[in-house]
Design a protein around this ligand. Sequence first.
Ligand code: XMP
Length: 513
Amino acid sequence: MARELVLILDFGSQYTQLIARRVRELGVFSEIVPGTMPAAEIARRRPDALILSGSPASGYRAAAPLPDPEIYGWKKPLLGICYGFQATVQLMGGEVEKAPRAEYGMASFVLDGKSPLFAGVPGRFRAWMSHGDEVASLPAGWRRVAHTSNCRFAAAAHAKLPFHLIQFHPEVVHSPYGRQVLANFLFKVAKLEGGWSMKSFLRAAIADIRAKVGPGGHILCGLSGGVDSSVVATLCHRAVGKRLTCVMVNHGLLREGEAEEVARELGARRGLRLEVVDARRRFLDRLAGVGDPEQKRRNIGEEFIRVFEEEARKIGPVEYLAQGTLYPDVIESASAGFGSQVIKTHHNVGGLPERMQLRLIEPLRLLFKDEVRELGRALGLPDHLVDRHPFPGPGLAVRILGPVVEHDLDLLRRADAIFIEELRRARWYGRTWQAFAVLLPVSTVGVKGDERSYEKVIALRAVNSQDGMTADWTRLPPGLIARVSSRIVNEVRGINRVVMDCTSKPPATIEWE
Ligand code: XMP
C-alpha cells in the first residue's frame, strides 16, 4: 500500500481535530500542522493533499494567520473549509468581507453546477455553518459551486486546478453529507487509494521504534495500569523484546486487582520484563495527615518520580523512555499558538527525562484516545483492559476526601469494585465514559439488624463525556443503582449509606478533589 498523507493546516478552529479523525476514518492517514507553517517545512512532509481548517480569526485583519502562499503553486489537491475558503480567496486576489448576518447553525445549500466534490450529494442539501465573514467576490479562474439564501458563495472550485472551497463544516455530525464530501475530496479529487488502518499504523510504529532505538538501545517504560501505558509497553515490546523494561509503581492507590491484572496480562502472559515496585508504605507515609487536595497531588507526584528513578537506576543503562503522550496533548498548544509545538510532559515522570538524560519515545503521539484503544485491540490486548475507564494519576487518593488512611483505601476499593462489577453486568460500563466510587469523610447514623450504626458514606459518580473537559452525569437505571447500593451497604463493613452524584461539569469537576 502506498504511503498516503493528508496534512491539515490548522488555523485554530474548534473542529480541526474532527477533520483529522474523519479523514482517518475514511482510511487515509492525516496529521495536523500549524496553519502558518512555512511551505518548505510542509513540503518536507510530502503530503498528497492539503486541507485548510476553519478559524475564529478574520482573514482581512492584520494579525490573521494565513497559509504560506507558496502552497498554491504546488497545484496539489486542496480543500479549504470556512476560514480556509476565505483565506484562499483572499490570497488569490478575491474579496472577503464581514457578513451582513453571521450564520451559525444549519443552512440549506443549493448546488449551482457540477463538481466532483459533490458527487452523490443532492442538488439541495443541509449542512452546518459557523461564520461571521463571507466571500464577496471570487478571484479570476474560480467558479461558484453552491450558494445559500444568506451566502452568495457557499462553495467554489478552481477551473483547472484541484482546488475546492466550502463555507460549511463537513466534519461535524450535523452535516449529513459531510462524510460524502470529504470522501469525494480524498478519492475523486485527490485520487488517493485509502486503506490506512490501525494495522498499518501498527506496522509503521514498530518499524519507527526499531529505527529510533537501533540494534542495541534499551527502553524504559512506566506502567500505570491504564490503557495508554499498557499499549505503549506492548508496542515497544513487539519492537525490541527484552530490551524493554517496564516499571510499575504500586502506590497502593490503584483500583482493585489492577496491579495484579497488569502483571498477569503483560508480564506473565506476554513475557514483558516487568518490575513491580511495592511502594505502598512510602506513599501512605507521604500522605499521612495531608488533607489539602493539591498538597496530596504534589506529594504523590514527587514520591512517584523518586521511586521510579530509584528503580530505573537499578535496571542498568537505559537510553530511552517510552510514554503515552496522545495527540490532543501534542496539538493543544499548536492550535492555540498558530506556531511552535510545545509538548506536554507526562505528569507521572515530569522532569525525569532531563535528569536521567533519557530520550523520549512517544509512539501514540499521533493518535486519539479511541484510536489508542483500537491499536490495543490490534495488538491483541483483551477488551477489559483496552476499554477501561480513565483513571487519575493520583488514583484513589483524590477519591478519599481529606487525609488518606489504609483502612479507608480498602473500603473504597471494595465499594468501587462492586459498582464497576454491576455496571459491567448490566452492560452499562461501555455506555459510561467514567464511573467510580468516592468515600466521604462523614459518618451518618443507620440501623443494621436491630443495631444502631454510625458509619461512612459512599458517593457514586458516573459521567458521560467526549474528552473529560465537560461532562454530564449518566442517567443510570434505578434498578442498577439499587443493586449497587444494596450490595455496598451489605458487603462493605464500615459503609451504611450510598448517595449518587448528579452534577455536571461545569460547575463540578469529574473527580471530587
Ligand atoms: P476533572 O476532575 O478535572 O477530571 O473533571 C477530568 C479527567 O481527568 C482525570 N484526572 C486526572 N488525571 N492526573 C490524571 O492523570 C490527575 O491529577 C487528574 N485529575 C483528574 C479525571 O479522572 C477525569 O477523567
